[in-house]
Design a protein around this ligand. Sequence first.
Ligand code: HPA
Length: 278
Amino acid sequence: MPTESLHYAEKIDDATNYIRQRITSRPRVAIILGTGLGKLATYIKPEATLPYGEIPHLPQSTALSHQGQFVIGSLEGIPVIAMQGRFHLYEGYPLSDAVLPVCIMQKLGADILIVSNASGGVNPQFSGGDIMVINSHINLMFQRQPELAGNEVIPKSQDQPGTLIYDRELIGLAIRAGRKHDFCIHQGCYVSLSGPNYETRSEYRMVRKIGGDVVGMSTVPEVLTAYSLQMRVLALSAVTNVAKPDAPSETTAEEVVDIARLAEPKLMAIVTEVLEAL
Ligand code: HPA
């Protein structure tokens, strides 16, 4: 094992042991709550709330509307661990720090990851407040994933049946939740950029041209990490602004947070559907 990954494995162990000493449950589902979506954690019957700054090797979360803590407890009777806030590359964290919590949550016992984010829509059929379930992505972050101990880096197809990153059964459950509660759920492709700026209109055009439906600054590193750890992944994107490159308007971070909040009840309905199916 390379020294670097030994060090990384130790970080995961230290953080996991710290958390284990403070809980009795074994989380089955890990949930990452993105921009404006942190309120979902308030539905969890908490066993422990642990700020990231308290946990060995985790940095503080600084992004707008990100509280920066793990909430561990039960939701719909299922033991879960939720991240209220995440680490973004645009905050200056190395990718290995940004994905460390995923490794920790998996080590604690979670074998499903539900990840959420706020995104900009480039598909003209989308509106602010819509939810898109991610069924593919285009990774434009150009960063190397950390080598995880015991997971050799063997290039493999990410999009063939049997090796799909985005779990089809979980996508089906998300769509069922939309039908049940009478809201529309799109399926599509998330394009990840490192940010921190929202895109120029030329960049929005490019994202649409290369096959993207939405664009955002997170999620893909976490999803790839979960995938390499054999977790089943459901990724949900709250569309907060829809880019109209030919009639451009300004996107502000505050607007993104406000509209993401509108999507929160939909996200909760989907998470509930998934947990009820376990
Ligand atoms: N671009 C990138 N990330 C985003 C956007 C956007 O337009 N909206 C919310 N997150």
